[in-house]
Design a binder for this molecule. Structure first.
Ligand code: ATP
Ligand code: MG
Length: 391
């Protein structure tokens, strides 16, 4: 029996977009996601991608798990491939779906006939298959509205396909179909979610992380890389630049007023990240900021931070509250890693009473008290590049 995975990407997504480019990016992500799962052929026709094992090592289960995270796919399902003959379809349906049928109390059969030369109409195919299933399982009830098991028969160009309920795909846009941005990633809950959200809109991302050893530990850095690994399962490998910020933070502490420490640090983060991002062909920065969440995220503080960036800053979480962000973090599997208790450079030298409504003019005056430019150059120069790949 031949088995394939059918991936649907839906027509709606394609509106107004360059379709061949979209499909090219999608196929590239699919092939990337299948790396290490064995040999598969990947072909595409009529808004469906067919993924078929080519050798005994190719595991459909492993492939399904990976493909569920590929952006741009609306739904996916494993299906058996049969000849385009009604007798072959009727013969295959019960043996192929026996496990699914035994677990269900109600069912419905849906038939789709893309090949209009097939002698039976869709309702006729559905009825014949439903009779076959009903005969084999007399206790199974038909339910046309909310069946537990939806058996689908698709008669397509070269073959017919039989499958049970589809799984939801990751949705969104294919990785890399909507430009490139650099995310400022901390080890917290928010920035990994922000990364995922922009990747889901089709942005390819690289990452910038600021570390202040020995105030921040190697474990804190490892945690950030672990988080990026989880997120890379959606959008593909992520290059992370780890920027040493200790010297700069120490000079902020030595020369500037305590209430400005955080806002100054954040401005230097934007300056350094803008430079790394531009060198990486990124058109924007991404942060996990959400309005009002902490002192450095009041609109006044955000305005002062923003002024230091030479690129637009995308803040996908800006209007969300913590519970909403946590919900997404749980869904994408970053939450458990994010809550591990490691320090961030933002929590080094934290002021007791940070300015919650800083004015740009005051902040710039504070920043002018010392020549930070050489330290900033040195930090960017010393950035360590680590490429993180999905598991
Ligand atoms: P998160 O949960 O993402 O850490 P947060 O609520 O702790 O966010 P802040 O610490 O104020 O908020 O950070 C706001 C944003 O600044 C983060 O979402 C992230 O984009 C960026 N950021 C914070 N710390 C770092 C860091 N060490 N390196 C790079 N970016 C950082
Ligand atoms: Mg943080």
């Amino acid at each position: 029996m031949r088995e394939v995975i059918l991936l649907k990407y839906g027509e709606l997504i394609l509106k107004g977009l360059n379709r061949p480019q979209f499909e090219h990016k999608l196929l590239k992500s699919i092939k990337g996601a299948l790396r290490g799962c064995g040999q598969f052929s990947v072909t595409q026709a009529q808004s469906t991608v067919y993924v078929e094992p080519q050798d005994a090592d190719a595991s459909i289960d492993a492939a399904l798990k990976r493909l569920q995270k590929v952006l741009g796919i609306v739904s996916l399902v494993r299906a058996c491939v049969v000849e385009k003959e009604m007798a072959a379809i009727e013969e295959a349906v019960v043996p192929y779906l026996r496990d699914n049928i035994e677990q269900a109390k109600t069912f419905k059969v849906n038939a789709k006939r893309a090949d209009k030369r097939f002698p039976l109409s869709s309702p006729e195919i559905a009825r014949r298959v439903a009779d076959k299933v009903g005969d084999a399982f007399p206790d199974l009830e038909a339910d046309m509205r909310t069946p537990e098991l939806l058996i689908t028969v698709e008669v397509r160009d070269t073959d017919a396909y039989i499958h049970a309920n589809s799984l939801p795909g990751a949705g969104g846009m294919p990785a890399g179909s909507c430009g490139r941005a650099a995310v400022l990633i901390s080890g917290g809950i928010d920035s990994p979610v922000a990364t995922y959200m922009m990747a889901r809109r089709g942005m390819s991302v690289c990452a910038v992380h600021f570390a202040s050893p020995p105030y921040t530990s190697p474990r804190a850095k490892a945690k950030v890389l672990d988080l990026l690994k989880i997120v890379s399962a959606y959008g593909g490998p992520i290059a992370c630049f780890v920027v040493p910020f200790t010297a700069l933070q120490e000079q902020i502490r030595a020369h500037c007023r305590e209430e400005f420490f955080t806002i100054l640090l954040r401005r230097f983060m934007m300056k350094a990240a803008s430079r790394i991002a531009a060198a990486q062909d990124c058109a924007a920065l991404i942060t996990g900021e959400s309005i009002g969440q902490v002192a450095s995220q009041t609109i006044e503080a955000i305005t002062c931070t923003e002024a230091a960036s030479s690129l637009p800053i995308l803040r996908p979480l800006i209007g969300m509250n913590k519970e909403e962000i946590v919900q997404i973090a749980r869904r994408i599997d970053t939450y458990e890693t994010s809550i591990l208790p490691y320090e961030d450079c933002c929590t080094v030298f934290t002021p007791r009473h940070p300015r919650t409504k800083p004015r740009l003019w005051d902040v710039e005056q504070e920043e002018a008290k010392f020549d930070f430019a050489p330290l900033l150059d040195a930090a960017v120069e010393a950035a360590e590049k680590i490429v993180v790949c999905p598991e």
